[in-house]
Ligand binder design. Structure first.
Ligand SMILES: [Mg+2]
Length: 230
């Protein structure tokens, strides 16, 4: 099986430090235009879309070159601003990553974060980025639905074997994680450590929703069962 982890609200929380670093980056590049991410779709969103929303609000240059400058500056800022103390690993997240590896599963990221900042966040939460040898990231699709096929292609390239959608599990904390899994025929595991309840995650089509990832062995057993059926 292939297990794809979302980051924010699923593996970890940065208690607002990620958002603050983004706002500070806009200020650094454009001056103080009263930037805020209030009202912007953050949870389950893609960093490039968040950037584009803010640019539209303030009438900023939204070219590819401007985006590349933002992504670079945000990466530099997060690298220095985000501390281990601000980054809280979610209960059981690291243990589940390790257990999935130990079981022989493919393990990667499926996240709205940029690749560089994804790895910074994971590192600050105390999970070595090498546990995620590939992923699909927040500047690689028009919507989150574009990301699972990319992650599956990269898994095939990395492990040298094929993973079908029904052997692929997307783990995330928002209805957009569930949606991107189901839209691609993948298995969706919702976790309520973000802002969305297990009920809402189940109603949005999750195959299973759990309060936390703490029960490593039963979650791993469920993932093995549901993908073996495939
Ligand atoms: Mg999330």
């Amino acid at each position: 099986m292939l297990v794809l982890f979302d980051i924010d609200g699923t593996l970890l929380r940065t208690e607002g430090a990620g958002v603050r670093a983004m706002v500070a980056t806009f200020r650094e590049l454009h001056g103080d235009l009263g930037f805020s991410l209030e009202g912007v779709q953050m949870a389950g969103g893609l960093d490039r879309l968040i950037w584009r929303d803010v640019c539209a609000r303030h009438g900023l240059d939204a070219s590819n070159a401007a985006h590349a400058r933002f992504r670079e500056a945000y990466g530099v800022r997060l690298q220095t601003d985000l501390t281990h103390a601000q980054t809280r690993a979610m209960p059981g997240a690291a243990a589940l990553v390790h257990a999935a590896h130990a079981s022989g599963a493919g393990v990667g990221l499926l996240t709205g974060n940029y690749e560089h900042t994804a790895h910074i966040k994971v590192d600050r939460a105390g999970i070595a980025p090498r546990y995620f040898p590939f992923g699909a990231f927040g500047d690689e699709g028009a919507t989150r639905r574009d990301l699972p096929p990319l992650a599956m292609d990269r898994a095939r390239a990395h492990y040298g074997r094929e993973f079908t959608p029904s052997q692929t599990i997307v783990i995330g904390d928002t209805v957009l994680d569930i949606d991107c899994a189901k839209a691609n025929g993948c298995v969706a595991l919702g976790v309520a450590t973000g802002a969305t309840s297990t009920e809402v995650l189940m109603d949005s089509g999750a195959d299973l929703a759990v309060e936390t990832l703490a029960d490593t062995q039963s979650i791993l057993a469920w993932m093995q069962r549901v993908t073996a059926r495939a």
